[in-house]
Design a protein around this ligand. Structure first.
Ligand code: PGA
Length: 250
């Protein structure tokens, strides 16, 4: 059985003090979760989050990673810098990085490979824009993004990969994909994975849905056969909402 994974993506929110307070508030509320619980915090809050989460079932994630070990890459953070801080998960290829910071399918692949080589788990984000969806290009886009993101990642490494399907038009907009639409696209992503890694990998890879997941829709989304978790933005910033999402099966 696959273990579902609910991950909070705090984006550029919460300084150290706020981080400590939020983790302390979340921890008791999610302690009996049956899914994996992850919070992806800003780089500057990692150390604080790690200390606040010590002894809890909350795992620590970052929101980006560079592919080089070190060097002249102003503003970037390497995989070893993250593992030194005991970061277990890292998001790569979030649509906000793609939209605002020039992230490409190729750089997503480089970042994912570096994180995996360093022993971390990665959450690779894919998803179409509204324009692409309306032009009937959803499958084409997520296929390209998935194929390139996974290039040269071994079958062994794939076990540490989670894919987050996040339709861009659903992120932070309050609009959610219908459970059926999300499930269909995720099923299609499994097919792409299967083509390169075989049937069992296509089945076993965990694929999350992301985009305005919240307490009021988590149950029906998680009830879909292909959806193995969620990547939560806005609702992960409120302890009570995040806990309700994590405890979707209670
Ligand atoms: P949202 O963000 O839950 O605020 O829509 C999801 C994400 O960007 O990962």
């Amino acid at each position: 059985m696959k273990r579902p994974i609910i991950a909070g993506n705090w984006k550029m929110n919460n300084n150290k003090e706020e981080t400590k307070a939020l983790i302390k508030e979340i921890a008791p509320l999610v302690k009996d979760a049956s899914c994996e619980v992850v919070v992806c915090v800003p780089f500057t809050s990692i150390e604080t989050a790690r200390k606040a989460a010590r002894g809890t079932n909350i795992q620590l994630g970052a929101q980006n990673v560079h592919w080089a070990n070190n060097g002249a890459f102003t503003g970037e953070i390497s995989a070893s810098m993250l593992t030194e801080l005991k970061v277990k998960y890292v998001i790569v290829g979030h649509s906000e990085r793609r939209q605002y910071f020039g992230e490409t399918d190729e750089t997503v692949n480089k970042r994912a490979k570096a994180a995996l080589k360093a022993g971390m788990k990665v959450i690779i984000c894919v998803g179409e824009t509204l324009e692409e969806r309306e032009a009937g290009k959803t499958a084409e886009v997520v296929m390209r993004q998935t194929e390139i993101a996974l290039k040269d990642i071994t079958k062994q490494e794939l076990k540490r990969v989670v894919i987050a399907y996040e339709p861009v038009w659903a992120i932070g907009t309050g609009r959610t994909a219908t459970p059926e639409d999300a499930d269909d696209t995720i099923k299609f992503i499994r097919k792409v994975v299967r083509k390169y890694y075989g049937r069992s990998s296509g089945q076993s890879i965990r694929i999350q849905y992301g985009g305005s997941m919240k307490p009021s829709n988590v149950k029906e989304l998680m009830a879909m056969p292909q959806i193995d978790g969620g990547l939560i933005g806005g609702a992960s910033l409120k302890a009570e909402d995040f806990a309700k999402i994590v405890n979707y099966d209670k």
